[in-house]
Write a protein that binds this ligand. Structure first.
Ligand code: RP5
Length: 174
């Protein structure tokens, strides 16, 4: 069953949004990754939200650049959580998409993540955390992934400290 829908305003957004579905796949979350536009295909967007909601989709992730109204348009049609990823797709470097995505009227929130790939990844992590509230197996997988992040930082710290110690020892010896 599709648990998360990942919408992009254009196929040109795919390179920035691929990391989102890679995280969902890694966590074993079923998703739909597709293109639909608030402006170019408003009827398709409306139909997709209704159909996916009826099928049990729990979270909608919406990414768009420029006048990025996709997340807001989806938030207008569902009370399920909507996460927005603003994309830098214009000479305004994403400020246009950020403001369009984040500035929603009260009662129609869009949980807005960072721009581009960082936001794409965190939208998937956030969706997973929402789903994990009612999925103990997923909650455990998230804890395991966190442990992996901790181990990676600790390994990096040891590597940097050892390299620095070797550099200092080299200087003293010369
Ligand atoms: C937005 O306009 C899309 O999300 C994309 O970021 C941007 C440009 O779209 P294309 O002209 O490349 O289709 O709606």
């Amino acid at each position: 069953m599709i648990k998360v829908a990942v919408f992009m305003g254009s196929a040109s957004d795919e390179p920035l949004m691929k990391p989102c579905v890679e995280v969902l796949a890694k966590l074993g979350i079923e998703y739909l990754f597709t293109v639909t536009s608030a402006h170019r295909t408003p009827e398709r967007t409306e139909r997709l939200v209704a159909e996916l909601e009826a099928q049990g989709c729990q979270v909608f992730i919406c990414a768009a650049g420029m006048a990025a109204h996709l997340a807001g348009a989806v938030a207008a049609r569902t009370t399920r959580p909507v996460l927005g990823v603003p994309l830098a797709a214009s000479p305004l470097s994403g400020m246009d998409a950020l403001f369009s995505t984040v500035q929603m009227p009260p009662g129609f929130p869009v949980g807005t993540l960072a721009l581009d790939k960082a936001g794409a990844k965190n939208a998937a992590w956030m969706a997973a955390q929402i789903l994990a509230l009612s999925d103990p197996g997923l909650a455990q997988r998230l804890k395991d992934e966190r442990a992996g992040f901790v181990a990676a930082v600790e390994e990096a710290a040891v590597a940097v400290e050892e390299a620095d110690a070797a550099r200092c020892a080299g200087k003293q010896g010369s």
